[in-house]
Design a protein around this ligand. Structure first.
Ligand code: ATP
Length: 197
């Protein structure tokens, strides 16, 4: 049976860069962020449930008012939990369907799940690859990409599980501290190893 690989890491550690390269090399990449958007798209069952539990969160055009929902759950753990209980199973279903379709086509599967450890999703994959960068590189790439101050970048990074903890838990560590050439070399050898199994 094909192995299902969970790809994770910290914010701006390079997961998308890695996922794009693997996708170009024949892997089916299933993206948790895209699935999360599909779960609450206009007309979806997920959005219907949210609007019933959190009245007023639909825009006039039938889309989700993310700003309002964000402000409702921001400082309210209980409401955040309720939202997660609605959204998480739908996201998991969408990802499972995409995974099954890819496996049927005989494709190797990468599940790109940024918060895999934070959301305790280890059991949903066979193997976990962590894209790792040390804190100072992570911070400088995040500041540059999102145009953030140092303290804003610190706050975003520190809201997640520390990179070092993710690195220790990983089955495979992809070190993205160097340039893209060094990254792609590591990926080439992983692809080679993986496709020769
Ligand atoms: P997020 O968690 O926010 O989704 P991510 O983990 O998917 O981020 P990327 O978007 O792939 O991270 O990379 C973060 C930034 O760092 C991007 O601007 C990307 O172009 C840049 N980057 C990635 N890898 C390298 C590298 N090896 N050298 C230089 N820049 C890089």
């Amino acid at each position: 049976m094909m192995t299902v690989i969970g790809l994770t890491g910290g914010i701006a550690s390079g997961k998308t860069t890695v996922a794009n390269y693997l996708s170009e090399h024949g892997f089916a990449v299933i993206d948790a962020d895209i699935a999360a958007r599909k779960a609450v798209e206009k007309g979806s069952n997920g959005l219907q449930q949210i609007s019933e539990v959190f009245p007023g969160t639909l825009n006039e055009d039938g889309t989700l008012n993310r700003k309002l929902l964000g402000s409702i759950i921001f400082n309210d753990k209980e409401k955040r939990e309720i939202l997660n209980q609605i959204v998480h199973p739908i996201v998991r279903n969408i990802m499972d369907e995409e995974k099954d379709a890819a496996l049927k086509q005989g494709k190797a599967v990468i599940m790109d799940i940024p918060l895999l450890y934070e959301n305790h999703l280890e059991h949903t994959v066979d193997e976990i690859w962590v894209v790792y960068v040390p804190y100072y590189i992570q911070k400088s790439r995040l500041m540059e990409r999102n145009n953030l101050s140092e303290s804003e970048a610190d706050a975003r990074i520190n809201s997640q599980m520390p990179m070092e903890d993710k690195r220790k838990k990983a089955d495979v560590v992809i070190d993205n501290s160097d340039d893209l050439c060094a990254l792609y070399q590591q990926l080439d050898s992983l692809i080679k190893k993986y496709t020769s199994i």
